[in-house]
Each structure stands twice: as C-alpha cells, then as structure tokens.
Ligand binder design. Sequence first.
Ligand code: DQA
Length: 154
Amino acid sequence: MRIGVLNGPNLNLLGRREPDHYGTQTLAEIEALLVERAEASAAELTFFQSNDEGDIVDWVQANADLVDGWLVNAAALTHTSVALRDALAGSDRPFVEVHLSNIFAREPFRHTSLLSDLAIGVIAGFRASSYLFGLEALVRVLQGRGEAGAGKAE
Ligand code: DQA
C-alpha cells in the first residue's frame, strides 16, 4: 500500500511557526513518526511539501497512479484552493484531511474547507498526532477494515 503525504504552504516552518497553534515538532520529526507507524502497517509513504500551489497540483497529478490514497494537510490552501480540490478529485484516490490545529476553534475563514466534503474524514486539533490518527484511519479504510464517511472512498 502506498500513501502520498502532502503538506502545503508554511508547514516547512513547523517547530518554530506559531507553536501555540501547531506545536513544537518539525515536519521532519512528524514524517519520521509517520514512517515508524507506517512500517507496522506495511505502508509505504511518499512525502511532499511545497509553498507553491502549482507545484502541489503537479505533484498530485504525477503521483495519482502511484498511490492508493493521500494524507493531506493543505494548510492555507485548504481554505482557498479550487485547483487542489480538483486535483484530488481527479486523482480518484481517497484522502484523509488533517490539521494540527482545531481549525473550527480559530478565525472564521479557517472554518471553511474546500476539501472536506471530498475527504473520507477530517482530523483536526491534535497537533502532530493528527497525522498519526489520519494515517491510521486511512490505512484501515484502504485495508477494508474501517468504515468511511461520505467521500471518494465510497
Ligand atoms: C493548518 C490550519 C490552516 O488554517 C493553516 O493555514 C495552516 C495549518 C493546520 O494544520 O492546523 O497552515 O492546516
């Protein structure tokens, strides 16, 4: 099973960026935790982070046929990007949307996600653990062990 792990703008700064919202772990540390967890499920992870919307769309397109599903923290693009929404929809692969912070407890503009209705599920607010919970949920669905809500997995 192969999973593409996508991180959007400014997540390269994790560890020193607004730790009250995003915690203190770096993206490299989070990725290492995911690799460790994925090994137990025999899942292979491919990581990508970019601050550029076009590069992210290109990466989704280039990897769609290579992965079974996506773990996505689109960061600010969550709230703005029709292009990323269309790329994920076009990939025809299920994805779990994750956020370090609880976006629903923050500014109103963060309460809207252009991705959530396509996602098989959304996990927000658990800092780095959001990724681990998201991976677990996605693996369970891909293995046919978990149920998914509305979204591309149905
Ligand atoms: C975020 C929440 C977004 O609103 C924000 O723009 C981010 C990170 C999160 O993980 O909590 O960059 O996706």
